[in-house]
Write a protein that binds this ligand. Structure first.
Ligand SMILES: [Zn+2]
Length: 460
């Protein structure tokens, strides 16, 4: 018997519709854009769901037929032309690969194009149009998907990440590939159902290893043990996208039993709804956060500005927390800001040279004001780094563009990047020779540092 031919495709973008700048084709090229054989080379062995699809092909002995796979760093709504070009190529490759036995697609679920607010659903619709109703389509989605009815109606099964940070992408890819292989062998007949209560989960309450988010995934585990259930998922939603589907979704895949899938999705949704108060945000103000961090006896303390969530498409240049650090005179802090203009000034000045800069807050008027600083250029870097551990996003190689490390007299370290980079890997600063554990804010340490301002402790 010939091995089954399973087409592999992916289009992943988390679209922040509040950003004024649209996402263009060049942003996908900067991220990753591969077709055909290059797709296999790019993703084989990776910790990403596409790597999981290919691993699943090996485990189950089906033949992967690579179409097109692309992703861009989260950013604004995708321009109509770019979206059309990418999806048209994907669909054309599928058409020319026929006959196909099944299709695995890695989608994000919070992708918005200017022309299609439910871009993922539109992709699924067009792929289904080519394949007809009898060829199974199984998709993976990010845990931050704003899942839509269309995504579910146009596909046979959906598997979402179950870990935030996203550490299980490869496993979910393998899970989707396994569902595909079992379907093609005639062992199962997946049917799915989705339930979408008007529920929004604050981003600070989304860590799946601790309450309250953990409870959602305990429920997913329970449902997966129900006889007849093949898979279950919860999407927390992505509220930086202003779309009709925005919010949490509860999804179950059952073996041939639609009523069972509906029952399972409803059960998970109902339980989350009953304790919806737990998912409200209760974050401190920047002023309070910096004050508490400054009083900590032990360092380092990490402060996150979740309003400038680079992983969610934000500019990555908010100065709101750092301005507060300066105002309260808390010394020895580290901040990473996207600021290609200041990087260029540092490059022109060169290492060990004094620079006067206005850093950060240049993308829009929503993320504070540029901060005037004076300091020395400690290091210039190509901004490339590698992560070998499993990390959120599933990437191994990172590029934050040409990067400058500037240190001020107050021992603040400013890492200035030319490309926006979400803080997914500690290698982002370790690769610059910075030891974050040396960043402290205890007051005793401060006074000892202050006695030798002309010879500041190196940040690396
Ligand atoms: Zn996500």
């Amino acid at each position: 018997m010939r091995s089954h031919r399973v087409a592999i495709a992916g289009l992943l973008h988390e679209s922040n519709t509040f950003l004024p700048v649209p996402t263009r084709r060049c942003h996908f090229e900067q991220g990753s854009l591969t077709e055909g054989k290059l797709l296999l080379e790019r993703w084989s062995g990776g910790l990403h769901e596409l790597g999981g699809f290919l691993e699943g092909a090996k485990i189950h002995g089906f033949q992967p037929i690579p179409l097109l796979a692309t992703f861009a760093v989260p950013s604004g709504t995708i321009e109509s032309d770019a979206f059309e070009e990418l999806v048209t190529t994907m669909v054309a490759r599928l058409r020319s690969a026929l006959p196909i036995d099944g299709l695995l697609v890695a989608l994000h679920g919070a992708t918005v194009a200017e022309s299609f607010r439910d871009a993922d659903g539109e992709i699924a619709r067009r792929l289904r149009q080519v394949l007809g109703q009898n060829v199974p389509i199984i998709i993976t989605l990010d845990l931050h998907a704003n899942a839509s009815k269309q995504m579910i109606e146009q596909t046979n099964a959906t598997v979402m990440y179950r870990s935030n940070p996203h550490l299980d992408q490869r496993e979910r890819g393998i899970e989707a590939a396994t569902l595909m292989a079992r379907t093609l062998r005639g062992e199962i007949q997946p049917v799915q159902a989705i339930e979408q209560p008007p529920l929004l989960i604050n981003i600070a309450k989304q860590h799946t290893q601790e309450p309250p988010a953990r409870g959602l995934y305990d429920d997913v585990q329970s449902v997966m043990e129900w006889p007849g259930i093949l898979s279950a998922s919860v999407a927390m939603g992505f509220y930086y996208a202003d779309v009709a589907e925005m919010g949490a979704s509860f999804l179950a895949v059952a073996d041939g039993d639609s009523a069972l899938a509906r029952k399972a999705a409803h059960w998970m949704a109902q339980r989350a709804w009953e304790r919806r108060d737990e998912f409200q945000g209760d974050l401190p103000s920047p002023e309070e956060a910096v004050r508490v961090a400054g009083e900590m006896a032990q360092g380092p303390t990490v402060l996150m500005d979740v309003g400038d969530n680079v992983g969610g498409g934000s500019p990555g240049d908010s100065t709101i927390l750092m301005a507060e650090v300066l105002r309260q005179q808390v010394p020895n802090a580290l901040v990473i800001l996207y600021d290609p203009e200041s990087v260029q000034t540092c490059v022109r000045a060169g290492v060990r040279q004094d620079v006067t800069l206005n850093v950060g807050a240049k993308t829009d008027r929503l993320h504070g004001q540029p901060i005037p600083i004076q300091g020395k250029v400690r290091l210039l870097s190509d901004g490339l780094f590698t992560e070998t551990q499993v990390r959120h996003g599933g990437w191994g190689k990172y590029d934050q563009g040409v990067t400058a490390v500037v240190e001020t007299e107050q021992l603040h370290t400013f890492v200035l990047t030319s490309l926006r980079m979400a803080p997914m890997s500690l290698e982002q600063i370790l690769s610059l020779g910075i030891k974050p554990e040396n960043k402290r804010s205890s007051s005793r340490k401060v006074s000892s540092l202050r006695v030798r301002p002309t010879n500041p402790l190196p940040a690396r």
